[in-house]
Design a protein around this ligand. Structure first.
Ligand code: G3P
Ligand code: CA
Length: 273
């Protein structure tokens, strides 16, 4: 094709370390964030919940069983829901207690607070996709998150423009953040939203985080034809892509970011690092 008709090659997608870098160290720990940093990864995604006494902590599941030794440390506390434990109790748990990390040196990793995470990201120079996890379990959690971000300086122009996205599967939580802090960029997690749903999300988000399995080139083009709430083409950052071939396909289709447990591997597969 002549230069006038040749399609521009898509930009290399942003690589986002999923739960820090869940394939390299226990998920949602500072150790995982540091592993992503050492792999040259500028952005990490983490899941945020709240302890019984109001401390924001990193944890994916609604209960502590899969990723910690809560059953052993607190045998009488079934069903081990995150919000039933004080921060002092959570800080006694090992966040690398699942068999996968046995003997790796990461087994004694702890559950970090959101504040500790933000300090670590500032030190490393990394950006954050902060997922508001299970907000229905934690009334008022979006206000708590905004308060912590503000206290740590993460709502200044630099962080808002360059380092931060707030994401969630729950549109209501994102709309609440949008209403309180319209400058904060948002991303909605959903499996494979229809074109109509994409258009309705674009009223309050800049990014859609879909399941990689539902994507096609046409789907990516349709999303990019929409504008996100801050006026730029709607971005697509699919999850969770852990092998090279699908990562290369998604990159060729022009997705804007790839969320992965193994950020070094996927970064190399798509030509980053
Ligand atoms: O970035 C989106 C991704 O984190 C959603 O999946 O279940 O790992 O929180 P999940
Ligand atoms: Ca997540």
């Amino acid at each position: 094709p002549s230069p006038a008709t040749a399609a521009a090659a898509p930009a290399t997608p942003l690589i986002i370390g999923h739960r820090g870098a869940a394939g390299l160290a226990p998920e949602n720990t500072l150790e995982a964030v540091d592993r992503a940093d050492r792999a040259g990864v500028d952005w990490v995604e983490v899941d945020v919940q709240r302890s019984k006494d109001g401390v924001l902590v990193l944890m994916h599941d609604q209960d502590l069983v899969r990723t910690t030794d809560a059953r052993t440390v607190f045998p009488g506390r079934a069903p081990w829901k995150v919000g039933d434990f004080t921060y002092a109790e959570l800080s006694r748990l090992r966040a690398g207690a699942s068999p996968a990390w046995k003997g790796t040196g990461y087994a004694s990793a702890r559950i970090p607070t959101l504040g500790q995470l933000l300090d670590r990201l500032d030190r490393n120079g990394q950006g954050l996709l902060l997922e508001v996890k299970w907000p229905g379990n934690f009334p008022g959690v979006t206000q708590d998150i905004l308060r912590t971000l503000d206290r740590k300086g993460w709502l200044d122009t630099h962080h808002i423009d360059k380092r931060l996205y707030v994401i969630s599967f729950q549109a209501a939580a994102l709309k609440d953040v949008h209403r309180r802090r319209p400058a904060v960029r948002l991303g909605i997690c959903d499996e494979t939203p229809t074109t109509g749903e994409l258009a309705s999300y674009a009223r309050f988000v800049d990014v859609v985080n879909p399941d990689q399995r539902g994507l096609t080139r046409t789907y990516v083009d349709r999303a990019h034809a929409l504008k996100g709430t801050h006026g730029r083409p709607l971005k697509l950052w699919p999850w969770t892509v852990n092998t090279a071939a699908p990562a290369r396909t998604l990159a060729a289709w022009g997705v804007d970011g790839i969320t992965t447990d193994v950020p070094g591997t996927i970064g190399r597969a798509v030509g980053r690092g």
